[in-house]
Design a protein around this ligand. Structure first.
Ligand code: FAD
Length: 308
């Protein structure tokens, strides 16, 4: 027998926890599911300096505070890896996990995304110690320093421009001989004297002194030249991967797997909402995930009311 709820929130990052808070405070019976520890990507964040209300807070501490807040009105936290979600002819959503099944008339998808990694030596070892996937999050730690950006798309170029306002110098290392980013972004980057480019080049290793990044090893694909380039930080922008495998048959994702919603966080399937990084959106941050969560939590309440 499946456990029955009014709403099942899948993912307990900032988006999911906020949706659970709003829905349970509106007296709904809420399950908040996660396959790991609550907090999502905040658990991988050393310091958060851009969440309003805190000058600076450690990611895991913010996760703990959000969690305590999210369960205060009775939401159940349930461990489980969601494998598949189906919707039956009565509109009930069946959520199959590796430890059982849950069902509800409404779900909130809050499974986030993962930064695509280079998969090279030193990347994991120096993650949070000079390797970053988020300039908005970590750029301020590199004021006056020299950093390397890896990638050639919109994110790599946009974030390099952002970094150039803070750091001494940004070197964009790109595997091709031209950028993929939009023309306007390219023009701005080329005009910025703090941004330099290393073309036709891949980063093969991130090196450090055991505590922090000190350089990158590169390989030029045209000349076959290998170099060790000193740098204080490496920002990697080679794409993001949405965590949407369990929902792919619902027909709510775009061709890259991001969930499409309207301003009320509704997908095209009635009673299926999505919040946070898993959405097709511009700025993937804690504050935007929290905003989405509030809107969806309230929207779920209206949806359940409409079924009465
Ligand atoms: P997530 O935080 O990604 O949470 C998703 C949750 O869903 C996870 O707990 C995951 O375990 C769970 N999940 C996924 N799939 C399943 C499944 N199939 N079954 C069950 N559970 C599942 N943002 C800032 O605002 N400021 C910062 O300083 C900052 N620094 C960052 C530093 C790093 C290193 C990283 C990686 C990110 C940083 N971010 C920062 C971004 C921020 O953390 C994210 O934008 C935010 O956490 C997204 O929240 P979310 O709720 O959408 O998803």
């Amino acid at each position: 027998m499946a456990d029955k709820y009014d709403v099942i929130v899948i993912g307990a990052g900032p988006g999911g926890m906020t949706a659970a808070l709003y829905a349970s405070r509106a007296n709904l019976k809420v399950a908040m599911l996660d396959r790991g520890v609550y907090g999502g990507q905040m658990n991988n964040t050393a310091e958060v300096e851009n969440y309003t209300g805190f000058k600076s807070i450690l990611g895991p501490d913010l996760a703990e505070q959000m969690y305590q807040s999210s369960i205060q009105f009775g939401a159940d936290f349930v461990y489980g890896n969601v494998e598949k979600v189906t919707v039956d002819e009565d509109g009930i959503k069946h959520v199959k996990t590796d430890s059982g099944e849950l069902e509800a008339p409404a779900i909130v998808i809050a499974t986030g995304s993962q930064y695509r990694k280079l998969g090279i030596p030193g990347e994991d070892e120096y993650s949070g110690k000079g390797v970053s996937y988020c300039a908005v999050c970590d750029g301020a730690f590199y004021r006056g320093k020299n950093v390397t950006t890896v990638g050639g798309g919109d994110s790599a170029v946009e974030e390099s421009e952002y970094l150039a306002k803070l750091v001494n110098n940004v070197n964009i290392v790109h595997r091709r001989d031209q950028l993929r980013a939009q023309k306007i972004l390219q023009d701005r980057a080329f005009a910025n004297d703090k941004i330099g480019f290393t073309w036709n080049t891949i980063v093969t290793e991130i090196v450090g002194d055991g505590k922090k990044v000190t350089g990158v090893k590169t390989h030029n694909k045209e000349t076959n030249e290998d170099r060790l380039v000193p740098t204080d930080g490496v920002f990697i922008y080679i794409g993001n991967v949405p965590m949407t495998e369990p929902f792919k048959d619902l027909g709510i994702t775009d061709e890259q797997g991001w969930v499409i919603t309207d301003d009320e966080m509704k997908t095209s399937v009635p009673g299926v909402f999505a919040v946070g990084d898993v959405r097709d959106k511009k700025l993937r941050q804690i504050t935007t995930a929290v905003g989405d969560g509030g809107i969806a939590g309230q929207g779920v309440f209206s949806y359940i009311e409409s079924l009465k």
